[in-house]
Design a protein around this ligand. Sequence first.
Ligand SMILES: *[C@@H]1O[C@H](CO)[C@@H](O)[C@H](O)[C@H]1NC(C)=O
Ligand SMILES: *[C@@H]1O[C@H](CO)[C@@H](O)[C@H](O)[C@H]1NC(C)=O
Ligand SMILES: *[C@@H]1O[C@H](CO)[C@@H](O)[C@H](O)[C@H]1NC(C)=O
Ligand SMILES: *[C@@H]1O[C@H](CO)[C@@H](O)[C@H](O)[C@H]1NC(C)=O
Length: 586
Amino acid sequence: MELPRSRRSAHSPLGRKSESAHTHTTVVDEKGSRLPVLLGSVFLLALGGSLLYSSTFSLNCRDQLEQSLSPSFESYSSAPTIRKVLDGRISPTSHYLDGLNLSEVDYTVGGLLADLSEFEPSSCASRAHHRHRKTKFKPSQELVQRLRRYEAQHRECAGRAKEFGQPKSGSRVHGSEAHGEDCRYVVWIAYSGLGNRLMTLVSAFLYALLTNRILLVDRSSDMSKLFCEPIPRTSWLVPSEITVEFVQSLNESSPQRFRHGSSSAGNNSSTAEFSYIHLTHTSDDDDQVFFCDSGQEQLDTKPWVFIKSNSYIVPGLFFLSKFRVDLSVLFPDKEEIFHLLGRYLFHPSDAVWGWITRFHKAYLADHDQQVGIQIRTFNDSPLPYFLEQIQECVAQQELLPKVVKNVDLVRRSQELQLQNLRASEKGISVLVTSLHPYYYENLRDLYLSGPTEGAESVSVHQPSHEGWQQTNTFGHDLKAWADIYLLSLSDVLLTSGWSTFGYSAQALAGVSPWILPRSVDGQVPNPPCVKARSIEPCFHTPPLLKCHLPEGANPATILPYVQPCEDVTWGVKLITAPPTQVRDHL
Ligand SMILES: *[C@@H]1O[C@H](CO)[C@@H](O)[C@H](O)[C@H]1NC(C)=O
Ligand SMILES: *[C@@H]1O[C@H](CO)[C@@H](O)[C@H](O)[C@H]1NC(C)=O
Ligand SMILES: *[C@@H]1O[C@H](CO)[C@@H](O)[C@H](O)[C@H]1NC(C)=O
Ligand SMILES: *[C@@H]1O[C@H](CO)[C@@H](O)[C@H](O)[C@H]1NC(C)=O
């Protein structure tokens, strides 16, 4: 049971070594925040940053907090806000359509997505709606062309994938196929929680685009029940001839492990046909040669590459000089990679879409602004200071209106009436996602305890709070994916540092979040939140880079768009433009 199974699982967001028994929090990471980013020590630090925590929790401290915060509103239920008359076909993203002429909507997002007519009608309810979402990011023409070429290549090669492992003579590819194009594959191995899986799917897909391979997706972990097929007229799933057991059995002991074991001698064609890339918390220096040009040259000879990872390795692909030019052409703005590829790949399945649309229609559709608060404390019980931290962040940055305090009851009720009358003027929906109901209940009660200064109506909602870890179960992943999608509809986002769940939401939204840093000492950190420099996820375990840079060198000096993360100091992330001046501590 490794963490990464899901956001609700009880381990580190990185899916770091955590197969062992549950242990209470051992926070080592915050110390790292004062260390300079020295790549020579990056990996060790990252390992030291391993977090373990328990999967059980209690709500012991809840009562005292509720008392301190607000009067009790036991009878309140999170009833839907007044609904406009909506016909049944309104999409959960309808507010994105305001002011748009529907017949002018670009259903391909600037050519990013294949035309709807390419897909079977009614094969995926989210596919059409999903397209209504506006985005300020436009795919480059080069990316659009590459994707169309990829789709054709995928259709041609997916069918031939079942030949994997069959013994054949040297000219297997050129012999029978009319097109004669070499088919090469990246197999993505499902590993760790849903947030991590979104990170690694985007990474593997980009790697496939850069290496002229097609991406095949491990069937385990209910992937086919969570996502629609993204490529028209074909499947992205590993063909059933390659068993789930085989794919899942690959691990650091496999002889095919890249630069480990007998396969590196390349003396046997059946083992030489593929390489297993191991990029997890147990990766070593040899695995990290993946990020060196010499490593990529070796992998070039393999028709098949299987990748298991729990990190967003995309920033690391920029360390490879052979990819760098291509990357810059495909993505003139480095910040848009996850956003565009994520919108290309991730279409909620009908089951997930039903959940999303029902919740959205009931609670979120009727508002002027949606504020998403993604809470992941990596602790087994709710943390009172974290609630304070959220409130301080919201107040300092004026992300939500202030509640008027110290009004007498009569005045308050008058104000509330007034507020109700004027509610239609401005409505704010706050979407909270958390393991616990504690934060949601307290925020909700706060906004019921008095009118807001501007008489805005603030409604607080939480789709699910399963409370405990439900490792790798479909219902659980369904809700996790729905939570991420609903968060990604937000106009303003607050996210918890370290969380791949939050990274996914921010990148899909295209919204640079306010990150709530983790407390070192159980007090509210100062500042309570920091604005992320980009919407891109953080690569938690960047490679040592012995191949390119002097040991200890900072990659930001050669790649100004690769910068330290705000939350994980030894991590790196992509930003749009280099900062005007190099920061002191680098
Ligand atoms: C919407 O756009 C179409 C095509 O450009 C145009 O014919 C139509 O008049 C527009 N409708 C409105 C209400 O502007
Ligand atoms: C790797 O997988 C094999 C079986 O496929 C298993 O016996 C072995 O314990 C695994 N090794 C590790 C380190 O997980
Ligand atoms: C590959 O060759 C080496 C020696 O050249 C040998 O030790 C090893 O067992 C061989 N591996 C396989 C899988 O045959
Ligand atoms: C290559 O692998 C096959 C089966 O995997 C095995 O039978 C054969 O002995 C191997 N050849 C060498 C040279 O190791």
